[in-house]
Design a protein around this ligand. Structure first.
Ligand SMILES: Nc1ncnc2c1ncn2[C@@H]1O[C@H](COP(=O)(O)OP(=O)(O)O)[C@@H](O)[C@H]1O
Ligand SMILES: N[C@@H](CCOP(=O)(O)O)C(=O)O
Length: 308
């Protein structure tokens, strides 16, 4: 194979209470990535979007992953990647993870499937390290595995793919940028035993709810007493959007990844659409532009669109 085109989905990391360990792939938005195996050892990154991301391989999330794979296999070949990015960087919708996971899968396909899923995650984490300073896998794992994943450990890599409940996901991205690296620096380094116990209960309840398709249990477990109280301060109208979404029938939700996007889960499309209208009008009222997505949990993760 010489060429491959991928559709790489956005991801919602943390799922409210599972900081750095839970994440899910959604259908919208997504990036497109086109890969070509080169006879020469260069890594060429081209962006067709207007986000102004660096194209120098060592400064681009996709580029660093390809450099690490090239080094590991001692390759004489290089790669050309054309990235059509639709997931805005700094959105909290896994923009950096999409490029990192897409690069790992694209290279693996061109090299004849030499890497396992967990090895791809290992390489993709170099991309997350470049973007946020930390090798977290909660966005990458659902891209590679699809659906909802639990990162039991990153060293050694131990990923547990979970069930994909048939739920709608509404996400709003207010146009204020929150870099993951900044949103991590404001977090407290220590937590009390009381809040840890509360959080463990929520995480365990959420995983049980996901596995049993128990939607009320999912709703009761979508609470975060550790991260949300700190990060939500950076997100305009966070409390209002959460409260109004619950009134409209959302099961629950919260900050998507490190923010500023907010996501909500709902059983019915009608509810998800009402929530999306409400989210848009809350931001219109305060003259903050916003992008709203009504989507579903994506059980497949990255999709191969074309191979040649
Ligand atoms: N291919 C890429 N895609 C997205 N972000 C990239 C890419 N290459 C480098 N970056 C950098 O990564 C950071 C965005 O990552 P992050 O803050 O984690 O956003 P998100 O929450 O959307 O993933 C920005 O500083 C951006 O310049
Ligand atoms: N667990 C990470 C997830 C970051 O997700 P992103 O979509 O904002 O990159 C964190 O919460 O910092």
């Amino acid at each position: 194979m010489k060429k491959v085109k991928l559709k790489v989905p956005a991801t919602v990391a943390n799922l409210v209470c599972g900081f750095d360990i839970l994440g899910m792939a959604v259908h919208e938005p997504y990036d497109e990535m086109e890969f070509r195996l080169l006879e020469t050892p260069e890594i060429i990154i081209k962006h067709t979007d207007s986000f102004g991301l660096p194209e120098e391989p060592s400064r681009n999330v996709a580029g660093i992953v390809l450099l690490k794979i090239q080094e590991y296999f001692n390759l004489k070949n290089g790669f050309e990647v054309i990235i059509h990015k639709h997931i805005k960087p700094g959105s909290g919708l896994g923009s950096s993870a999409a490029s990192a996971a897409g690069a790992a899968l694209g290279a693996n396909l061109l090299l004849g499937n030499k890497l396992s899923k967990d090895e791809m995650i290992h390489f993709a984490m170099f991309g997350e390290e470049l973007a946020s300073g930390v090798r977290h896998a909660d966005n990458i794992a659902p891209c590679i595995y699809g659906g909802i994943t639990l990162v039991k450990s990153t060293n050694p890599i131990d990923i547990i793919p979970l069930n994909s409940p048939d739920l709608f996901v509404t996400a709003v991205h207010p146009q204020v940028e929150v870099k993951t690296s900044d949103a991590r620096q404001i977090l407290k380094k220590n937590i009390t035993l009381k809040s840890a116990v509360e959080q463990w209960g929520n995480i365990a309840g959420l995983v049980a709810g996901i596995q049993k398709n128990d939607f009320p249990l999912i709703g009761r477990s979508l609470h975060d007493v550790i991260i949300e109280p700190i990060r939500s301060i950076l997100i305009p109208k966070f409390d209002e959007i959460k409260e109004k979404s619950l009134q409209l029938g959302a099961l629950g939700g919260g900050i998507s990844g490190s923010g500023p996007s907010i996501f909500m889960l709902a059983e019915k499309k009608e509810t998800a659409e009402k929530i999306s209208q409400m989210m848009k009008s809350v931001y219109d009222e305060i003259e903050i532009e916003s992008l709203v997505y009504v989507s579903k949990i994506n059980p497949a993760g990255i999709e191969i669109v074309e191979e040649a």
